[in-house]
Design a protein around this ligand. Structure first.
Ligand SMILES: Nc1ncnc2c1ncn2[C@@H]1O[C@H](COP(=O)(O)OP(=O)(O)OP(=O)(O)O)[C@@H](O)[C@H]1O
Length: 253
């Protein structure tokens, strides 16, 4: 059974059909990139999966269970994590304290976190930092970190409640090209190790074609094509859809 099944979901905002009858599936351990020109419906699709928006029709299944219409927190509880376009960490806390905060939240102790974060599951937090290659910087305040390192800390935080599925909304926005590939290589390694599925949106074609196992292409709210990176790059309809957008589908030499 697929980890995630999106079945015929649609969402309109007034007269704008942001997402129209989209279906796709994602397996455990797999990275699926959702790509498309601006306004194609990527963020709307993310919000439909994460519960921030309710679909007009269709359903979303997680491990076969219908999660459509559940609140975001309930969906998170069921094992759907999320990272955002702009990394969300507490700048004044240290790296390890940020992960400890995420563990407190996962343990439903968020209301008593402030004085207690520093004492909560420190060794588990350090183990998560090791997974993202940030253990050596555990005691630094997040405010001192390079942006690429903040993104790694955010990834460790997202792993704190052991998600089955991780939604990454433009995870590499604002990063240098080399850092982008490195971050998604890391996400891919972690996905394989934990058998966690990753659904991500991405504008960098190097990252998409280098790191995704499969690619789904949205155009004007519709699913135009879905397949391996090789299939998508060779698809004439996809090339046509990207013409004039300034994006290049050919892999950079
Ligand atoms: N809350 C909203 N109210 C009205 N229209 C919206 C809303 N959210 C999205 N839309 C419209 O729905 C369409 C799809 O938007 P969406 O943000 O999902 O696209 P996207 O593929 O994520 O775009 P981008 O790459 O620019 O982030 C667009 O026409 C957008 O203007």
């Amino acid at each position: 059974m697929s980890l995630l099944q999106v079945q015929n979901i649609s969402k309109a905002f007034g007269g704008v059909k942001a997402v129209q009858n989209i279906s796709f599936a994602l397996q455990a351990g797999e990275l699926l990139a959702l790509i498309g020109p601006n306004g194609a419906g990527k963020t709307t699709t993310f919000n439909l999966v994460g519960g921030q928006l309710a679909a007009d029709s269709g359903q979303v299944l997680l491990g076969g269970k219908n999660i459509s219409g559940l609140a975001p927190r309930a969906i998170w509880r069921l094992g759907v994590g999320r990272t955002f376009q702009i990394a969300q960490t507490f700048a004044s806390l240290t790296v390890v304290e940020n992960v400890q905060m995420a563990l407190l939240s996962a343990d439903r102790k968020i209301f008593s976190w402030w004085p207690r974060a520093a004492g909560h599951r420190r060794s588990d937090a350090l183990a998560l930092l090791e997974q993202v290659g940030m253990q050596a910087q555990a005691e630094r305040p997040c405010s001192e970190l390079a942006y690429g390192d903040v993104k790694r800390v955010e990834l460790a935080m997202a792993l704190a409640h052991d998600p089955q599925l991780l939604l990454m909304d433009e995870p590499t926005a604002g990063m240098a090209p080399g850092e982008r590939v490195a971050l998604m290589q890391l996400a891919r390694r972690i996905a394989r190790q934990r058998q966690m599925g990753v659904l991500f949106t991405e504008h960098s074609m190097d990252v998409v074609f280098g790191q995704a196992d499969r690619v789904a292409v949205l155009v004007r709210g519709q699913l135009l094509a879905e397949g391996t990176p090789q299939q998508i790059r060779a698809d004439a309809r996809v090339q046509q859809a990207y013409l004039g957008t300034g994006l290049v589908l050919e892999k950079q030499k």
